[in-house]
Design a protein around this ligand. Sequence first.
Ligand SMILES: *Cc1c(COP(=O)(O)O)cnc(C)c1O
Length: 388
Amino acid sequence: MNRSQATNRPRLLNWIELDQAVLRKNIGSLAKLAGDRTLAICVKANAYGHGLAEMTSLLKGEKRVDYLTVHSVAEASLARKAGWDRKIMLLGPFSSDETRSVLELDLEPMIFEIGALEELGHLAGKQNRVIRTHLKLETGTNRQGITEQELPGFVSVYKKQPSLIPYGAAMHFANIEDTTNHEYAQQQLDRFEYLVKRMEELGIKPEIKHTASSAALILFDKTRFDLVRPGLSAYGYWPSKETYLSYRLAGGDNNLFEPVLSWKSRISQLKQVEKDSFIGYGCSYQTTADTKLAVVPVGYYDGYDRALSNLAYVLINGKRAPIRGRICMNLTMVDVTDIENVRIGDEVTLIGRDQVETIWADQLADWGGTINYEVLARLSSAIVRRTL
Ligand SMILES: *Cc1c(COP(=O)(O)O)cnc(C)c1O
């Protein structure tokens, strides 16, 4: 190998870029929708695949963000390590081993299990601490909420243990993203108001109410209450086509969000393959002409869904390069026959923009039979994240 080849060797083969200016724009749009309400940004699932530590660092610079919301105590711990010193709401359950950390990390847990509430109250009492909690009310998701029948039991724990503050009343919508018909959402809101009233009759009055994830925040003023909890939209994606259409039909502007994340790799090998050759495992693709093939060192291990085999394309030199054969664990083959001047080390865009061409998580989700949330959440945490 001569010297110039050696110095052209790529420094990274697989990386994610986060665009800070785009994040700022998205947060600005959410802040505008939120008005004077508290803004909580969701960073669960490794910040929707963007990288929890990296996103936390970026969000520290967004003064309008009051809370992070996380699913697990482990995520909350990572956010604290990344220097987040504002509030954190814990959306998911915590185990008995984690109860101590809920207090140490100064989290505001969502409450839906009476044993967890008792344990937390006991420990907080022993430590002379008070802790803000949020009661998750069951309004139609049948997932984590407290039902009307269970409510008196929870209320009596709060009454016995003054360390526990019933600070928030919360719920989650089951069916806003998936439809343009919002009757079910309205029923859930009615049920929520009813259960909050029941709480008050039983003798505890929450200081704040909150219900809105991205779709609810974008589409319905009346879901916003005192605090909003968007996730996906902060990263620049619409929760669904239905959400986008409903918003646009109501006259909303087209420029609310842009994707923060791009996913890049580089061509690691180029080869000329003859007509009628098979490509990859299972011989699922056979060339119909002499073909120039590029090997990209990314596979399903990295979160590039095997369901995209022979369906998706990547972008190289501003052109589409279709995937040929099955996506492997660590490698993917693409056809670059009609792309000029392709060289080893050329940048490959799996998600993002290359000149006039773009490919976003929505497109990969359509091909893979899933949703943009899953495409993003499955991006391996092992991929290097760089902030632009
Ligand atoms: C994930 C989650 C959100 C954020 O939802 P998006 O659709 O990503 O905006 C809000 N609230 C709860 C309880 C969640 O679990």
